[in-house]
Design a protein around this ligand. Structure first.
Ligand code: ATP
Ligand code: MG
Length: 490
């Protein structure tokens, strides 16, 4: 939850749906009601006009026959077709001259506006109330005989009002039901859709609070958006768990590796405090120094791998790989005269990278080839160049590595024979560093090995892009650069 708690998504969705549905229903009901009322009223007006026309003709006919104008008794058929239509003939002085048979004379309330409209020669319609409750629709038409007379026809609005009343109740009930259904449906649906998110948030918060990274958020049954979110969060938690576990393992391994040299150094310091004779003293000092050096190497290796973890960029500069190999192999041969080290390097090969790191890569491989094989073993280092790649192969004819171990030898602190390897001073970081250096240069490291026959490590590095360093067509023009690189000395 955030610092301020806004309306929940669920409430907002429900309110929005309610507003939209309610608004739509209201608009629909209003339009429907107005159209219905209008058409019912127009129907009445049409009936009144029809009746008025019929009656005016009858009045005119009776007037022209010389007798006093009168309203004929409505024919039953007309009465049936339009029941409840009343009529009055009103003289210019306002007296009722005649009335339809269904009406005692003088019963129709002659609304003044209607009458004066008709007297001015205009058929005029209007609405009036009888007896304080019943509504009447009126139509007044001028009649020429006797001049100034008005024919008033009227129909009760009662049936229309009843229909409209029923329509109102129906619309109200229907609208209410529709709104309730929409609100209920939205609440239910959002509840079902958002419920898993709530549980997900709760579990994730619990994991964050307790650090219990073995837990996983619940997976909703369907693999929809929420399902995918849950799966992604679980992947994330798994990654965190794995990283923490690796970290823990790494710290444990490191402490373990540092403990034994420290113990040796401390034990020797203890010995040195006593009165030792010169040879023993020398021995103790030598042992303590060797262990301290081992610790220094371990710490250096760890620092390098920490840089690898931080994906620190390496420095790029042209490196004469062929010369680097010759120098490093020559030095290793001096240090381990009991092994036969041979270097086969063909053309000048230049890669872009960090010379010191590349030297360390080769040193680690050579050290493995001498440390993990018996004296007298031959170790061959070969450098080949293709159009784009430099291939460095370090092969020995030692005991080899069993297939089951091969995928793991690149892991930190992994040693095939722990006891023997540690006794030989190894910590299992050498190949992890080789792999990191190769990959940081855009290359790769791989191994093949056959038990009893030997082991071959292959490092592939991309050549420096600029062909002036690798004898390409522009090399001649770049003589100066080549000279600087020392290419002209060969
Ligand atoms: P470190 O290099 O950190 O001092 P290490 O040599 O034991 O220690 P790696 O260089 O990473 O560690 O090698 C891992 C393991 O692979 C070694 O312990 C060894 O068992 C095996 N190994 C590596 N190179 C060879 C080889 N040329 N022949 C046989 N086994 C090898
Ligand atoms: Mg090693």
């Amino acid at each position: 939850m955030g610092p301020s708690t806004p309306l929940s998504l669920r409430l907002r969705l429900t309110l929005l749906t309610g507003l939209l549905t309610g608004g739509t229903l209201l608009l629909f009901a209003l339009v429907f009601y107005l159209v219905l009322r209008g058409s019912l009223h127009r129907e009445i007006d049409a009936r009144l006009r029809e009746r008025a026309a019929l009656l005016s003709r009858a009045v005119a006919a009776s007037g022209s026959a010389g007798s006093a104008p009168s309203l004929p008794a409505p024919a039953p058929v007309v009465e049936f077709a339009s029941p409840g239509i009343y009529a009055e003939l009103i003289a210019p002085d306002g007296t009722v001259r005649a009335a339809s048979a269904n009406l005692p004379p003088g019963q129709l309330p002659a609304a003044l506006a209607v009458l004066s409209g008709a007297r001015a020669g205009q058929a005029t319609s209007g609405t009036a109330t009888v007896g304080g409750a019943e509504q009447l629709r009126l139509l007044a038409v001028p009649v020429s005989h006797p001049p100034g007379s008005v024919l008033l026809v009227a129909e009760s609005l009662e049936p229309v009002e009843r229909t409209l009343q029923r329509a109102r109740s129906l619309l109200l009930a229907g609208g209410g039901l529709g709104l309730a259904l929409a609100l209920g449906g939205t609440t239910l649906l959002t509840g079902r859709a958002l419920g898993p998110i709530g549980r997900l948030t709760q579990t994730a918060a619990e994991i964050a609070a307790t650090g219990e990274y073995r837990m996983r958020v619940p997976r909703p049954p369907r693999y929809d958006e929420v399902g995918r979110l849950a799966a992604t969060i679980n992947d994330l938690i798994a990654t965190v768990e794995r990283t923490l576990e690796q970290q823990r393992q790494f710290v444990a391994d490191t402490s373990h590796e540092l403990r034994s040299p420290l113990t040796v150094v401390l034990a020797n310091l203890d010995l040195l405090r006593r009165d030792l004779d010169a040879p023993d003293r020398e021995l103790s000092l030598g042992e303590a120094t060797a262990e301290a050096q081992r610790m220094r190497r371990l710490v250096n290796d760890l620092l390098l791998l920490a840089q690898a973890d931080a994906r620190e960029a390496i420095a790029y500069a042209p490196v004469r790989l062929d010369r680097l190999i010759e120098e490093t192999v020559a030095m290793a041969a001096r240090q381990t005269p009991e092994h036969n080290l041979r270097a086969y390097v063909d053309a000048p090969v230049v890669v872009a990278g960090d010379e010191e790191r590349l030297r360390q890569l080769l040193r680690n491989l050579l050290e493995n080839a001498t440390r993990h094989t018996l004296p007298g073993t031959t170790v061959t280092v070969r450098l080949r160049r293709t159009s784009e790649l430099a291939q460095l192969v370090v092969a020995d004819t030692g005991p080899g590595i069993r297939q089951a171990h091969l995928p793991h030898i690149w892991d930190r602190f992994y040693r095939v024979d722990k006891a023997r390897s540690r006794a030989a001073g190894g910590t299992g970081l050498g190949l992890a560093i080789v792999k990191y250096i190769a990959e940081a240069h855009g290359g790769s490291a791989s191994v093949t090995s056959e038990e009893g026959k030997g082991t071959t490590f292959t490092i592939v590095l991309p050549l420096a892009l600029d062909d002036r360093w690798n004898g390409g067509p522009t090399a001649a023009r770049r003589g100066e650069a080549a000279r600087q690189m020392g290419l002209d000395r060969r």
